[in-house]
Design a protein around this ligand. Sequence first.
Ligand code: FNR
Length: 332
Amino acid sequence: KILNSQNYFFLTALAPMVRVGTLPMRLLALDYGADIVYCEVRMDIYTHTYVLETVDFVAPDERVMFRTCSKEKGRVVFQMGTADPERALVVAKLVENDVAAVDVNMGCPKEYSTKGGMGSALLSDPEKIEAILSTLVNGISKPVTCKIRILPTLEDTVNLVKRIEKTGVAAIAVHGRMKEERPRHPVHCDYIQAVAESVSIPVIANGGSSDIVKTFEDIEKFRAAAGASSVMLARAAMWNPSIFRQQGALSVDEVMEDYIRYAVRYDNNPFNTKYCLCQMLRDRVESPFGKRLHAAQTNEEICEVFGMTDFYNKTKAELEARKAALQTNGDQ
Ligand code: FNR
């Protein structure tokens, strides 16, 4: 379980997930035992500011695109969506001091990615892939990785990853589905295995949630079936991030409370907090409890729904006091 610029290796990872992979979920996954956590794919980071204990990377319109803190230092991977080597380098340089590695998304099949030549559109443009990855590898001091989907044939997939390996990336995550395939399609462990056999860098298997990985023990089963060195989980962790716990998963109700503690402490956007809690509630979203959660508009109201008002007030008071102390120090 080590990670540095020479040697990139780990066992379990929280996969990059839009809206799900924000700071509270990443910290929770790390607490439960994930070795490394990816942020949601980000495109338009512009600058950064320090806010209390966090570093916020913001978009030109001031929206917080990526918030990190010292608790995840050395273990958070920044994933970018890009189709432009020079622009990718600007963003990577902006974040490199605050992240463990920079990853390039080459698997997103959504139109908002592919229409700009990003995500899975890159899979049919190996020259562009090489240009982006080599520019990053040569331009930053942190490890560079990428996450791909598999191509329609084993041979094409293996050829592509061999080209990718030559760029100097430290590891490659393989989602064992083709870009046309949906989550309900079975994951192709044989493709991931062929990739793992054909390169010497670590291969991170992905795509096993629901088919294969339902418990902590299944993570190792998936790793072995795919012949990979590591496993990256998306949906299984979204439904219950305590899947990373070696001692067994906790109840979702307990996990949601742990989630809320981080959401309040790190001032998470309430709509994002609600979204992540709804993913954990799953079919309980339609229950009276789910409806009360849905009606909440602020983190304070979310805490009320969970009977955590005392926690909210105490944490807010602590944060205000720290802010005031910082201001006083700054004024002197
Ligand atoms: C994703 N996925 C994804 N992949 C990626 O590279 N960057 C991203 O930002 C996202 N966003 C995202 C959001 C949500 C809600 C889901 C469910 C998935 C894909 C994800 O990382 C993974 O490749 C697939 O979900 C397959 O892995 P699992 O779910 O079988 O573990």
